[in-house]
Design a protein around this ligand. Sequence first.
Ligand code: ADP
Ligand code: MG
Length: 237
Amino acid sequence: MIDVRRVSRVYRPAADLEVHALRDVSLRIGRGELVAIMGSSGSGKSTLMHILGCLDAPTAGRYLLDGIDVADAHEDDLSDLRNRKIGFVFQAFNLVPRTSALSNVELPLAYAGVPRAERRRRAEAALGAVGMAKRLDHLPSELSGGQQQRVAVARAIVTDPALVLADEPTGNLDSHTTEEVLRIFDELHEQGRTIVLITHEDEVAAHAGRVIRLGDGQVLSDSAHPPVTATAGERAA
Ligand code: ADP
Ligand code: MG
């Protein structure tokens, strides 16, 4: 499903400054895998997630999503692809304030042009799936952190995406709430979705069948494959 081929991403925050956030990263993730991506702060995790989610493009290398080279797709097709195939969950929940849980979850369906009645039905079902059926009319400010993240997960899955990308989804939650949210990811995985979970918590990574470690923009190890011992220079030689 995910095929990253020698991808690099260089940020140029100023004319005389280059930040090599990803260096020559290659990895493949199959349909239905639950993968944890780990690495210290600044190692390139979010940059990789943005590329996997078609929110950002590589500086070099190729990214194929379901066999489609993202670089060849037009922006309209890309946003359509994002809408249909990918659900995002962020550390900071990113719910729309002063807007009910139900309306927050309906939002991606509204963008996709789904009629109102069906929008409501599907949003209610998604909120039910994360145990929030009794909080439909609550505003984000009336919900705990764990409840807000459940609403965010419902919003991510309401379009029935094949791929769910989560960037430190439990980073703002206590350990009990972390467990609850992880259980939801486990269920999504059992339903056959592909899940990529960025985390720096071992407890969270333990849920994944596969752990990819990033360091300084490179893949240091991938538990699905033998550990990489050669340096990038040696591999290229
Ligand atoms: P992580 O998510 O693992 O903490 P990031 O992917 O956010 O790492 O960042 C990787 C590197 O790229 C860091 O050195 C970071 O400072 C830099 N970086 C990230 N986003 C930008 C940006 N928009 N402009 C410039 N540098 C950035
Ligand atoms: Mg990050």
